[in-house]
Design a protein. Sequence first.
Length: 186
Amino acid sequence: MTPTRVVFLLSIVLLLIPSFSSADIVTDPVDMPNVRITEPWLRQLYQAGLAGSPTFRSLVERLEDSDVVVYLQTDPRALLGVAGRLTFLSMVAGTRYVVIRLSPLRSPAQQLAMIGHELQHAVEVAERPDIVDQESMLREYMRFGYLNGASASGVALDTKAATEVAWQITDELRDQPLVVAAPLLP
Ligand SMILES: [Zn+2]
């Protein structure tokens, strides 16, 4: 088994209590993109994904047409063996907010595949208006996803679609040089 395969097998949606509260979100300016990134390296990587991967681009287009806002950020408290995770934050004035936390991986291409994997989960949320909080997200994922593990910190769920998206993006980026100063696994 290759290292890449191990990483993707461990990629999961982990349902945890959000580490910041919905009080942080006051208003939602209409001219802001639905995928929001503040870290410069992550923004650069994201742009490379948009430029190089049609699958990545179509996920973002679907999110931009949705009521789901995604905060994409590096995970300062990365869990061992977890490459990325999506958490439902809150629903405010008809907009649903989720956060994707990304752990350092071995290459920019792997990180983009993982971002795409998690963006697919955000699309899954967008397609299901019944998801309005952590509890309803858990309920829905138990129905259309599958259990991928459980621990003291939460329940890990995943979908086949997200795994396939990661492989598609990996394929699309295979022959493209990605010059991004990304934090990588040591
Ligand atoms: Zn997943």
